[in-house]
Design a protein around this ligand. Structure first.
Ligand code: B16
Ligand code: MG
Length: 213
């Protein structure tokens, strides 16, 4: 039976995926090339530096390490500017109700994000109190699809991987959950998340039966 739920942050709990996209697009445009929403799917769940590599590959560009650090920092500054204006209204529909319901039923809750900015987002949206364990980009060294983030989350909850379910919106995140030997529910579009065990379009109207397989 399932004893813990691990939530990805960007794109699952809050719609920060759109802010990552806007900031990367701004950088691409400044460098002189287009960056589409479809391109952006490849960046979801991927670390900041790896995201930059993919972006530069799309734009057919390359820079030395020092400049790359600067570009990543520039993107992050824009991103932080966007997320610093966030509040509770940006929590995705049904998320709080679903998490509250899980807690009432004795299920433990963890955050499993590779973002180094997770803390600011949880703070601004007042969500910190819901989580029994918070694993973010400051606690992991390997980004998804590496399972590290989810394994650490399970460990901090005191659970075995098979007792946990992951909620993810990114292809890399689904792979990471599979690599951790966990069940994974995709949040988003069927087409993109076809490798997950189940797909939901969002949390509105979702009850505990979703955890049954
Ligand atoms: P940062 P998640 C991931 O968060 C995002 O999906 C991904 O787009 C981003 O590049 C990564 O965090 C790193 O974020 O630049 O804020 O450290 O989906 O694992 O919650
Ligand atoms: Mg995500």
């Amino acid at each position: 039976t399932i004893k813990g739920c691990i939530f990805d942050l960007d794109g699952v709990v809050v719609d920060t995926a759109k802010y990552h996209y806007l900031a990367w697009k701004r950088l691409a445009n400044e460098l002189g090339f287009e960056f589409t929403e479809k391109d952006n799917e490849r960046l979801k769940g991927v670390s900041r530096m790896k995201s930059l590599e993919i972006l530069l590959e799309i734009g057919n560009m390359n820079f030395d390490e020092e400049i790359k650090e600067k570009l990543a920092e520039k993107k992050n500054n824009w991103y932080v500017e966007y997320i610093s204006k966030m509040d509770e209204s940006e929590i995705l529909p049904g998320v709080k109700e679903f998490i509250t319901n899980l807690k009432k039923n004795g299920i433990k809750i963890a955050l499993g994000s590779v973002s180094k900015n997770a803390g600011i987002i949880l703070e601004n949206t007042n969500l910190k109190k819901y989580f029994d364990a918070i694993i973010d980009g400051n606690k992991v060294t390997k980004a998804k699809p590496d399972p590290e983030v989810f394994l650490k989350a399970a460990e901090e909850l005191g659970l075995e991987p098979y007792e946990c379910i992951v909620f993810e919106d990114a292809v890399a995140g689904i792979e990471a959950a599979k690599n951790a030997n966990m069940r994974v529910i995709g949040v988003g579009s069927d087409e993109i998340l076809k490798d997950s065990d189940k797909v939901i379009s969002g949390f509105e109207g979702i009850d505990l039966s979703i955890l049954e397989f």
